[in-house]
Design a protein. Structure first.
Length: 340
């Protein structure tokens, strides 16, 4: 399961603002399929997932064809296998390799290795860099690889082959482990906790965070500059800033209407509300992300420039106070350089 910053694409791709998607091949995915919105109207560089990821586990389709699912049946794991996995689940530890996980839980049902995303304008790495996600399926009744009704355990491995997130689904006796952002406790403990304001005049804003947001080009949204902080091992926040001007009123209306009309699965209707910063309009909401947590999003538009907050956290608790502190600290600068 990818870290889900995808609302913008799901909403705007239902409108004329989205570019027509290019044909999808096994070596290249058009920008729209990689998530997010405010898709550039001037044909930005394509994001590609190129490379071969060696893997000795079945793919989802291979596993699927070996079950009764293609004939409309339901897959149910053997009782002994399920009991063994549940019994040994507590032995899992972050930073394990796939081989070490297999020694604890046994062989996964299928794997989804993925080459690291890069822009077509950047050179191809000499060695393939692949992340990996594996699944232990206990019960499944559909052909959807990520059905919320599945009873399963999903494990995510970084491009270094280390376990960073374990997400049981519909298994209330098992607790999740790690973070879907790869920002686990090992990384977070090395960060400082001194809050200070960081100012970005060229992007027209300032914001207060506990660590340097480290601005960088967004690999999946080339027209966006991303500013990311990890507020705890379970909480990550990213502010994306658009470099292209848009019609604030029309785009915000499309976002809001799309959310209300079912374009945002898991939306918590009472969380959707209009907001403003320095007199400029915006909208925000929260939504559930089964099986692991929630996400909060806020969109502010100032003179055609969009500011897009997305924060995710584990568990079912309310929005963490640290997220509110960062978002509330956001202020627009008067001498902002407007997007073209």
């Amino acid at each position: 399961m990818k870290l889900p910053f995808c609302t913008f694409a799901l909403l705007l791709c239902a409108t004329a603002l989205c570019q027509t998607a290019a044909p999808v091949s096994s070596q290249s995915l058009p920008l729209e399929t990689t998530g997010h919105g405010l898709i550039g109207q001037n044909s930005p560089p394509t994001v590609v997932f190129h490379g071969n990821c060696p893997n000795n586990l079945p793919s989802f389709q291979e596993w699927f064809q070996q079950t009764e699912l293609p004939q409309g049946g339901t897959y149910v794991a053997q009782g002994e296998r399920k009991e063994r996995i549940v019994r040994r689940y507590a032995k899992l530890k972050l930073q394990m390799s796939l081989e070490e996980v297999e020694q604890v839980l046994g062989r996964p049902d299928f794997a989804t290795p993925r080459p690291t995303a890069r822009l077509t304008t950047t050179p191809e790495p000499n060695e393939p860099q692949c992340s990996n996600e594996v699944a232990y399926i206990f019960k499944k009744s559909s052909e959807n690889i990520a059905d919320f009704e599945d009873v399963a355990i999903y494990l995510s491995f970084s491009k270094d082959g280390k376990l960073y997130w374990v997400a049981p689904q519909n298994l209330p006796s098992l607790k999740s482990l790690g973070s879907p952002t790869e920002a686990n406790a090992v990384v977070f403990q090395n960060q400082t906790s001194s809050w200070k304001e960081y100012s970005y005049p060229s992007e027209g804003f300032a914001i207060t965070t506990p660590t340097d947001p480290s601005p960088h080009d967004d690999a999946t949204m080339p027209e966006m500059k991303a500013h990311t902080v990890h507020l705890s091992p379970q909480v990550a926040l990213t502010l994306r800033v658009s470099s292209q001007a848009r019609d604030c009123g029309a785009t915000l209306k499309q976002l809001k209407d799309g959310a209300l009309n079912g374009k945002q699965p898991g939306l918590l209707p009472t969380s959707l509300r209009d907001v403003s910063v320095g007199g400029y309009p915006g909208v925000e909401w929260e939504f559930d992300l089964p099986p692991w947590g929630k996400q909060y999003e806020r969109y502010i538009c100032a003179d055609g420039r969009f500011y897009f907050f997305a924060a995710s956290w584990l568990g079912t608790q309310k929005k963490p106070a640290e997220v509110t502190r960062v978002v509330d600290s956001f202020r627009l600068l008067s001498a902002a350089k407007q997007p073209k």
